[in-house]
Design a protein around this ligand. Structure first.
Ligand SMILES: C[S@@+](CC[C@H](N)C(=O)[O-])C[C@H]1O[C@@H](n2cnc3c(N)ncnc32)[C@H](O)[C@@H]1O
Length: 243
């Protein structure tokens, strides 16, 4: 469904409130993920959930970057947007709050396409730095070839819907006209389109190895949501920091 202006305004008010709430509860959430804050168990579960204070210790350290409104359970979450759900650390993906080799696994779902090419080496170098030798990174990005094929063969409505994975307007597969894709204040924020060989090359240049294409094996919410018009919306690639 396309949001009306009133619905959009309500969403903005809610998400500002969420930003304030998230900054005040972040220290407790961080402590919980790191195995502390046992006192949180005294808070009734529905209230803990409402405050994003549910969850359990994350050991070994698994980190999700750019979870935004859709954090994956079982990870510590890092995002630069303070309105993100379950946010433990507010930081940019090129400046992570972890020591060298401290992280077992990094998950980054639809984030890397937001990183400017000029910051790419710095960003992937930072991911490699915080991973332990042998640790894995799993990257999901819009699947360039699948999006292009859908654009090539699609209807006018499909072409408009695909403006989001191409440019980053934040709209969904149901957006079928220019007005439904975005209003004039929406800044598109995708910086790079990837296929496997391009993603493989930037990961290899950053010092990653054992780079695998898992696109046909791993589905995420984007693959499912766009399934009717794009065959595998998410390109999914896994790589390791060499031992
Ligand atoms: C398209 S959303 C993806 C959200 C979620 N992972 C999903 O799959 O639906 C991109 C997320 O990356 C975050 N992000 C973009 N650039 C970032 C940066 N430089 N540092 C940290 N987070 C960033 C945004 O705030 C947003 O939450």
């Amino acid at each position: 469904m396309i949001p009306s202006p009133a619905r959009r305004a309500l969403r903005v008010v809610r998400s500002c409130g969420r930003g304030v709430l998230s900054s005040s509860t972040r220290p407790a959430r961080r402590a919980l993920c790191r195995g502390g804050a046992a006192w949180l168990a005294l808070i009734p579960t529905p209230l803990r959930r409402a405050l994003d204070l549910d969850g359990s210790p994350v050991r070994p350290l698994r980190v999700e970057l750019g979870g935004g409104p859709f954090p994956t359970p079982g990870y510590i979450h890092v995002d630069h947007d303070s309105r993100s759900r379950h946010l433990e650390y507010r930081a940019d993906v090129w400046d992570l709050p972890f020591t060298e080799g401290e992280v077992e696994e990094i998950l980054a779902v639809h984030v890397l396409e937001h990183v400017h090419p000029a910051r790419l080496a710095e960003t992937l170098g930072e991911w490699r730095r915080v991973l332990r030798p042998g640790g894995a990174v799993q990257v999901h990005v819009p699947n360039g070839p699948a999006v292009f094929e859908s654009f090539r063969s699609g209807t006018t409505a499909t072409k408009w819907a695909l403006m989001n994975p191409l440019f980053g307007y934040g709209s969904g597969p149901e957006a079928a006209t220019p007005g439904q894709v975005a209003d004039i204040r929406t800044e598109p924020d995708h910086c790079v389109v990837y296929d496997f060989s391009l993603l493989e090359s930037v990961l290899r240049d950053a010092g990653f190895a054992e780079i695998e294409d898992l696109t046909r094996l791993v589905s995420d919410r984007h693959t499912l949501a766009w399934g009717e018009i794009v065959d595998r919306m998410s390109l999914v690639v896994r790589a390791r920091r060499p031992e």
